[in-house]
Design a protein around this ligand. Structure first.
Ligand code: ADP
Length: 295
């Protein structure tokens, strides 16, 4: 979880230069938080496990997830750590430069994860990302394995994967860049299929306006095109996809349905400014003729 701090400017300052920017916006972000908000908006019962700092930003982050209908009892408030922040510069062309300061996210431990999942009887799906230490995500996936939950890993931001985490993953959902970094290959159907077999997991590679490539381990790999939409802001589209896909899995939908649901969430999110604020609800997805989860 982190707070996005977005400064808009005509051009980026050079080294040592001070410039006056044009506007500023602050919003709730972090891949896991965005994905949880998307799943909750589709009606999934969602619990978040993570850490914030003992500061105003942390309290606001928890309140935001709570107001989004997410169970926040798994969120630790850590003294001596700041809440994660992401200072972002966006220039007139829409190009961005982003720094992530993980703060309390880096302090998430396997013990915290295990103890905050202990009271939970069951979960259908556990979703992890790489904004927290991989050993903590592995602890969540081990809990998932012993409770029959499907494990979905969004390997973002791009990083090398711990072999044990990869082995515990049922569905890997990278974007194009992350796929290339993980495998050294460009995302073609053949490459996605080969790596899905090599790693023994399902694969969905998201390709922005070009949709997705899916290899599910039983059918031949396939492509699903993205909807043609009037794009305003693509920030957070990947997280909308992951949240929608995970909600579909949790509701027992077939993989093709989960992919369509994730795609609809991703595409609709690009038609509005912002991240979580751009995410659609059930009605908007259903209006596109896409099946929504039945709980
Ligand atoms: P990320 O934000 O992680 O880079 P992508 O850009 O691949 O993720 O977007 C995830 C999904 O969101 C895509 O598979 C697609 O369904 C949808 N999407 C993203 N950009 C567009 C776009 N320009 N037009 C239509 N749909 C889009």
């Amino acid at each position: 979880m982190n707070i996005d701090m977005v400064a808009y400017c005509d051009r980026f300052p050079e080294d040592g230069e001070t410039l006056v920017g044009s506007s500023y916006a602050q919003g709730f972000g972090g891949k896991g938080a965005n994905q949880a908000v998307m799943a909750a908006r589709l009606g999934a019962t969602t619990r978040f496990v993570g850490c914030v700092g003992d500061d105003d930003l942390g309290r606001a982050t928890i309140d935001n997830l709570d107001e989004s209908g997410i169970d926040v009892s798994g969120i630790g408030v850590l003294a001596g750590h700041g809440t994660g922040v992401a200072p972002i510069w966006v220039n007139r062309d829409g190009t961005n430069r982003i720094l992530i300061i993980p703060g309390a996210n880096d302090a998430l431990t396997p013990d915290h994860v295990t103890s905050h999942l202990a009271g939970l009887d069951r979960a259908a799906v556990v979703v992890g990302q790489l904004e927290t230490p991989q050993d903590a995500t592995l602890a969540a996936f081990e809990w998932a394995r012993s409770h029959g939950a499907t494990k979905v890993l969004n390997p973002a931001p791009a990083a090398d994967l711990d072999d044990r985490l990869l082995a515990a993953t049922d569905w890997l959902i990278p974007n194009e860049t992350e796929f290339a970094l993980l495998t050294g290959d460009a995302p073609t159907e053949a490459a996605v299929e080969r790596w899905a077999q090599e790693w023994g997991c399902g694969f969905v590679v998201t390709l922005g306006a070009d949709g997705v490539i899916v290899a599910d381990g039983s059918n031949a790999p396939w492509r699903e095109a993205a909807r043609q939409v009037r794009v305003v802001d693509t920030t957070g589209a990947g997280d909308a996809f992951v949240g929608g896909f995970a909600a579909g899995l949790a509701a027992g939908m077939l993989i093709r349905g989960c992919v369509s649901l994730g795609g609809a969430c991703g595409s609709l999110s690009t038609t509005r400014q912002g991240t979580q604020s751009s995410y659609p609800d059930r009605a908007e997805v259903a209006d596109l003729g896409v099946s929504v989860p039945v709980w």
